[in-house]
Design a protein around this ligand. Structure first.
Ligand SMILES: [Zn+2]
Length: 88
């Protein structure tokens, strides 16, 4: 969950975590369900109902990535400004 929240591209991270054989879900942690990239509804609903076309989803992801990269001042090497200590 921290990867999803802390990385500028974290909204693309989707890691399945298990405690033994029991899945650790967002619900079990008291967190809201994962949101759809396109409309913000719970993503499972959109996947099950095939609400969005693949091209529309890809465009939405690219727009979101570009917006977040600008917001977080991501450089072409993928690092954020100030992330590399040798840079000023
Ligand atoms: Zn959706």
């Amino acid at each position: 969950m921290r990867l999803e929240q802390d990385l500028w591209y974290g909204f693309l991270v989707d890691v399945d975590v298990y405690d033994g054989v029991i899945p650790v879900t967002r619900h079990s942690l008291g967190l809201p369900p994962r949101s759809c990239y396109v409309c913000g509804s719970p993503s499972k609903e959109c996947v099950v109902k095939s609400r969005h076309s693949r091209p529309r989803t890809i465009v939405k992801i690219w727009i979101s990535l570009i917006g977040r990269a600008i917001l977080h001042r991501v450089r072409p090497n993928g690092k954020m400004r100030g992330e590399n200590s040798s840079e000023s």
